[in-house]
Design a protein around this ligand. Structure first.
Ligand SMILES: [Zn+2]
Length: 316
C-alpha cells in the first residue's frame, strides 16, 4: 500500500546507479567458505542449506507473483515471509495453505490506520504468523497509540518486522509526513522488553546506526536484525568492520542465543527486500559478509534460515 514503485525503480527514479553497481558487485563478490556437507546426513544437509527470507514484499503489480515466488523458492530451497498489504490478505493466506514450506504470511499493516487492531485480529484468524514491515509511522514506534497492536502480537507470539533507520522518500515535490527518527533501532529495545513473546526483527540493522542495533540485539534474546537495503552495498569494501559492531562472540557479554551459538552474528537473519530476481544477489552479499568476518558455517546456516525456521516452526 505504501509503495508506488519498487526499490529498484525508486533508485533509478532518484537518478542513482546504486542498483546497477550493486548487481556488478555481486557478480564479483567472493563466495564464503562452504559448509562441509559431506559430513552431514541428508536431513541435516537439507536443513543446513535452508533459506528463510524474512523480507519479501508482495508485488501487487505482478499478476503471477505467487507462481514466480514459488519458482524462486524451489530453486533456492527457500521459504519467504511475504509482507502482505491488508487488501491482499486472503490471496496470500490461501497461497500459504497451498505452499506451507514456501510461503509464510505476514501482515503489512499501517500502524496509524484507525482500524489497525481489527485488521490485526482478522489477520490472526487467517493464520498470519506476524506483522511487517511496519514503517512510515506518524509517531515513534514506542508511542502509546501503538501498544494495542503490540499487545495482540505478544498474545499471538508473533514475529514482527520493523523498518529501522533511513527511509526512502516517495515524493520529491510534495510534503510528506515521514521521518526516519521515528523508526530508530533503539525503539525496538522497549518493545522487546515489554512484549517478550514477540520476536522483534529490525530491518536494515538500523542503517546507519548499526551499533545501536547490535547492542539492542545483544541484550535482548527476542531481537534480531536483517541486513537488507543499501548497507551491504555501501560497506562492500569494508565488511570486516562488522566485527567491531557484532563484537561479543565467545564472550560472556551476550544474552541467550539460538542453539546457544557463541557468534554475535547469530543475531542476524536473512532478509532480501528486493525484487524476486534480486534475492540471489543479496544472498551473495550476505556470503561476502560471512567471509569478511569469518562467520562459522554453523552460524551461517542459522542466519540464512535455521533461526527463523525454528521460531516459526516451519515444516521441513
Ligand atoms: Zn524497510
Amino acid at each position: 500500500m505504501h509503495r508506488r514503485f519498487s526499490r529498484r525503480e525508486f533508485l533509478i527514479a532518484a537518478g542513482t546507479v546504486a542498483a546497477v553497481s550493486a548487481s556488478r558487485e555481486s557478480s564479483a563478490a567472493p563466495r564464503a567458505s562452504v559448509i562441509p556437507f559431506e559430513r552431514l546426513s541428508d536431513a541435516a544437509e537439507k536443513s543446513a542449506r535452508r533459506i528463510v527470507d524474512m523480507h519479501v514484499h508482495f508485488d501487487e503489480k505482478n499478476p503471477n507473483f505467487i507462481g514466480d515466488l514459488v519458482k524462486v523458492c524451489e530453486r533456492l530451497n527457500m521459504t519467504a515471509c511475504v509482507l502482505t498489504p491488508y487488501p491482499n490478505r486472503k490471496l496470500i493466506a490461501e497461497a500459504a495453505k497451498q505452499y506451507p514450506t514456501r510461503i509464510v504470511p505476514f501482515g503489512f499493516v499501517d500502524l496509524d490506520a484507525p482500524d489497525v487492531v481489527q485488521q490485526v485480529e482478522e489477520l490472526h484468524t487467517l493464520n498470519y504468523r506476524g506483522l511487517g514491515e511496519l514503517e512510515f509511522v506518524k509517531k515513534p514506534y514506542t508511542d502509546p497509540a501503538y501498544m494495542p497492536v503490540y499487545e495482540l502480537a505478544n498474545r499471538y507470539g508473533w514475529v514482527v518486522l520493523f523498518h529501522t533507520g533511513i527511509v526512502l522518500r516517495k515524493k520529491f515535490d510534495e510534503p510528506e509526513d515521514v521521518a526516519s527518527h521515528r523508526m530508530r533501532a533503539f525503539y525496538l529495545e522497549e518493545i522487546a522488553r515489554r512484549f517478550p513473546k514477540i520476536t522483534v526483527v529490525g530491518a536494515h540493522c538500523g542503517n546507519p546506526e548499526y551499533q545501536w542495533a547490535a547492542e539492542v540485539a545483544r541484550w535482548n534474546p527476542n531481537v534480531f536484525f536483517d541486513l537488507s537495503g543499501s548497507t551491504l552495498t555501501k560497506m562492500h569494501a569494508r565488511l570486516s568492520e562488522f566485527r567491531n559492531i557484532f563484537w561479543w562472540s565467545s564472550t560472556e557479554e551476550g544474552t541467550k542465543s539460538p542453539e546457544n551459538d557463541p557468534s554475535a552474528f547469530v543475531k542476524l537473519v536473512f532478509g532480501s527486500d528486493t525484487s524476486l530476481d534480486g534475492i540471489e544477489r543479496v544472498l551473495a552479499q550476505y556470503r561476502a559478509l560471512f567471509e569478511a568476518c569469518d562467520v562459522p558455517a554453523r552460524t551461517q546456516s542459522l542466519i540464512l534460515g535455521g533461526t527463523l525456521a525454528k521460531i516459526l516452526g516451519l515444516p521441513e
